[in-house]
Design a protein. Structure first.
Length: 116
């Protein structure tokens, strides 16, 4: 698969600064991934999150995929999915890569099955 259609994949490290919030780092931790799944459908307080996970407020904020708002004395968190577009874009490159590889394998297998 050519990378010319995916210029965002290959960038010169000298000219590209690291993103302010790295989505890959945010999803690297299994607890944060579970927390993000929980927040996908619910807006929760830190107390509610802490009941489900052994996680601190700082760790919740490190997820970088959550937003918070004050409601009275309580801070409520919810998933902010927009940064996940970067992850989807990166993964789509490899999806195309494997589609091409599997199609080539299928052609080889089918060619071997043809009667001589």
């Amino acid at each position: 698969m050519s990378t010319k259609n995916f210029p965002h994949i290959l960038k010169d490290k000298r000219t590209v600064s690291a993103p302010k919030h790295d989505v890959f780092h945010a999803i690297a931790d299994p607890t944060r991934r579970q927390m993000l799944q929980l927040l996908a459908d619910n807006e929760l307080s830190i107390a509610a999150i802490a009941k489900s996970f052994p996680i601190s407020r700082t760790a919740v904020n490190k997820a970088r995929l959550v937003s918070c708002r004050k409601t009275g004395r309580e801070t409520r968190y919810r998933l902010e999915p927009e940064p996940l577009v970067e992850l989807k874009t990166w993964l789509s490159f490899f999806e195309g890569y494997w589609d091409e590889r599997l199609a080539a394998l299928k052609r080889v297998v089918e060619a071997d099955e043809e009667p001589s």
